[in-house]
Structure formats: C-alpha cells, structure tokens
Design a protein around this ligand. Structure first.
Ligand code: SF4
Ligand code: SF4
Ligand code: FES
Length: 254
C-alpha cells in the first residue's frame, strides 16, 4: 500500500479509456491520470498543493473509490504504479456503479445530515453522491452513535461523519512531527483518535489545514465552519471532477 509517492524520469505509455497517455515510472495510475486531465474520483488520496500544505501526494489506499480495471483486473488507481502497456478502464458504467455503491455504504455507515453540516457544499463525499446521482442509499442505515469531541478550543471532531480515510493521520502533524490524529482498533470498531493535549495547542494554520484536509465534515474549525457563504463553497459552481486540468496542455485540450 502506497502512502507517499516518488517518481523517476523513465517514460511509460498506457491507455485510460482508450486514450494513450505518457507517465513517469513510479507514478501511480491516479497521478498519471491527473497529469493528463483525466478524472478518477478520490476520497482518501490527496494531491499536494500549496493550499493543503502537503509536500508530496498521499495515498492511504483506504476508500477504494478510485477503483479502475487494469488489463481486466480491479485495482486502486491511487496505489497502483503505472507500467508499460497498461490498458486501464475508468469511466465505465460498471465502475461508476461500484463507486456509487461505495458512496452509499459510506452514507449509511455514518450519520450524514447534509443540510445542517458545516462542510455541505465543500464535502467530497456529498459531491460524489451528486456526481453518481445517489437519491437514497440502497442499504440500511447503521445509525451509528459515536463520540463528538468539542473540547479543543479550535476544532470540533465529529466521528459520525468520519469515513476513516486516514488523511488526517498521515498529514496533520505538529511542527516537530508529532501526529495529532491516530488510528485505533480494527474492523467495525476501528476509528480515529485525536491527541487532545496536542490539539489544545495547535496553531490557527494547523487547525485550518486539518479542516481542509478532511474530505468530509468530521474535522471542523470552530467558529469558521459556516464562514463560506452559499454560492462560494467549493462545489457551488463546479461539480467534483470538473477541476481536473491537464498539466501538460494547461487545459487547452480538455
Ligand atoms: S460530511 Fe458531507 S456527506 Fe456528511 S453530512 Fe456533512 S456534507 Fe453531508
Ligand atoms: S477525520 Fe476526516 S481526515 Fe481523518 S480519517 Fe476521518 S474523514 Fe478522514
Ligand atoms: S482514492 Fe484510492 S483508495 Fe482512496
């Protein structure tokens, strides 16, 4: 399982949905797709940007929303390195139905009441539900009741919205490298724990970064959650997937 990704300069040729693209050895299928302006959905993998403060891409490989078929076999695009001649299927009815199923399962597994959620309009899970036209999940709700921790002066941590993506575990650290979030237990008991002592003293930038990195509304910067007005939220004008721009042609082809 890949968590941070390194590349080299050898050129690899592969196809995604019949389109021939070039990639660097060591890149994942997801990175190659993003570089060529091809959208593959993600929830746990995150491309490093100045805005999110990451120094390199992360790919915990936990959500499986990026599942593609590689030479006929299902693989996670964010953790599978490219190889010469790969034939990748991505935007197909079968894979999109699988992705819709994952979104539905995530909705029923937690408690998601979008109209009252601070992340609504900027939430990747909600945006994917719109993308895959989820009206009502086909599965029974689990009605989970997990602890909501509001003790930190800067962060609200609502485990009922957490999708266990592990982004926070990998990406949110103190200046001296201590992790603020950790993973605990296994199976249906697994969850995220927050180091309450460390979180008490985090800076404004770290608190903002934590909220930004969480793809859903599990980590919310207190007093800032509803700051972005309707019409200016992340997905108010451009649905998820529309932001992918080919970095080779600067969007001229897409
Ligand atoms: S975290 Fe996302 S999906 Fe869940 S309630 Fe908030 S907006 Fe809706
Ligand atoms: S708190 Fe957010 S970032 Fe951390 S595992 Fe849960 S959903 Fe992912
Ligand atoms: S984005 Fe690939 S497993 Fe989550």
């Amino acid at each position: 399982m890949s968590e941070t990704i390194e590349t080299s300069s050898e050129t690899i040729t592969l196809t995604i949905d019949g389109q021939e693209i070039q990639a660097e050895a060591g890149q994942t299928i997801l990175q190659a797709a993003q570089k060529n302006g091809i959208y593959i959905p993600t929830l746990c993998a995150l491309h490093a940007t100045k805005e999110n403060g990451l120094e390199s891409d992360i790919a915990p490989g936990t959500c499986r929303i990026c599942t593609v078929k590689v030479n006929g076999r299902t693989m996670a695009a964010c953790t599978t390195p490219v190889a010469q001649g790969f034939v990748v299927e991505n935007d197909t009815e079968e894979l999109n139905d699988l992705r819709k199923t994952i979104v539905e399962l995530l909705f029923v597994e937690g408690n998601h009441f979008c109209p009252s959620c601070e992340k609504s309009g900027s939430c990747d899970l909600q945006a994917l539900a719109y993308r895959y036209q989820m009206l009502s999940p086909r599965f029974r709700y689990a009605f989970s009741s997990r602890e909501v921790n509001a003790e930190s002066p800067k962060l609200l941590f609502d485990r009922n919205r957490c999708i266990l993506c592990r982004r926070c575990v990998l990406a949110i650290t103190t200046e001296d490298g201590k992790q603020l979030f950790g993973f605990t237990k296994r199976g249906d008991k697994s969850g995220i724990i927050m180091d309450e002592e460390l979180v008490k003293n985090i800076s404004e930038e770290q608190a903002q970064q934590a909220m930004h990195i969480c793809p859903v509304g599990a980590i919310i910067r207190k007093e800032k959650g509803f700051d972005t007005p309707f019409g200016q939220r992340k997905y108010d004008h451009n649905p998820i997937g529309s932001e992918t721009v080919c970095t080779t042609c600067n969007g001229e082809k897409s």
